[in-house]
Ligand binder design. Structure first.
Ligand code: ITT
Length: 197
């Protein structure tokens, strides 16, 4: 079975490959099947964007298609950056720009008020059937960046149980607890149950 992932984010692909490595499925990114186009994320929610990305590949390839849309929701900022996580500091913002903007907006905010969560929504398309699956990780926004692993907001996202940021974790550690891992584990159970339908 082949699963095409509607993403250009190589970090995501790396995490997805590792988490699904015990599953008998061949995973290809858009680039690997020769699709270079950017899919505009026009949805108002991450659920809508996951569906927009998956549907954009529908008539371009055979087999299962999945898209992952992820957002960071900060309680003190009423859920922002949320659906705007990728372009929080502007259209061409780097991960560093986004992290710096967020840290600035939380300047002076005490630790107990810095709660946040990541949410990943996976949209799976199997012929005409669309399935949406979620995963969530709770934590807090730290006062400064810590750690060199991962990507995006990982250096400022502190996980209480682990007493470290996602960027201080190895890929394997992040993949045991992350929002994406939680969604992908549900996806695995769903595929086991429905394979052969
Ligand atoms: P695709 O749409 O091509 O899949 P993207 O990087 O635009 O890739 P998203 O829209 O899903 O991905 O993610 C929005 C932003 O959220 C992304 O740019 C990162 O800054 C951040 N992000 C996503 N997953 C993350 C993770 O596991 N850890 C930290 N930050 C993450």
């Amino acid at each position: 079975m082949r699963l095409i992932v509607a993403t250009h984010n190589i970090n995501k692909i790396k995490e997805i490959r590792e988490i699904l490595s015990d599953f008998d499925i061949e995973i290809s990114s858009m680039a690997e099947i020769g699709i270079q186009e950017e899919i505009p994320e026009t949805g108002k929610t991450i659920e809508e964007n996951a569906l927009v990305k998956a549907r954009a590949l529908k008539n371009k390839t055979e087999g299962l298609i999945m898209a992952d849309d992820t957002g960071l929701f900060v309680d003190y900022l009423n859920g922002n950056p949320g659906v705007y996580s990728a372009r929080f500091a502007g259209e061409n913002a780097t991960y560093e720009d986004n992290n710096m903007k967020l840290l600035k907006m939380l300047e002076g905010v005490p630790f107990d008020k810095r709660t946040a969560h990541f949410k990943t929504v996976i949209a799976l398309l199997n012929k005409d059937k669309e399935t949406v699956i979620e995963g969530r990780l709770d934590g807090r926004i730290l006062y400064k960046q810590r750690g060199k692993n991962g990507f995006g907001y990982d250096p400022i996202f502190y996980v209480d149980e682990a007493k470290k940021t996602l960027a201080e974790m190895t890929l394997e550690e992040k993949n045991t607890i992350s929002h994406r891992a939680r969604a992908l584990n549900k996806l695995k159970s769903y595929l086991y149950k429905t394979m052969g339908d």
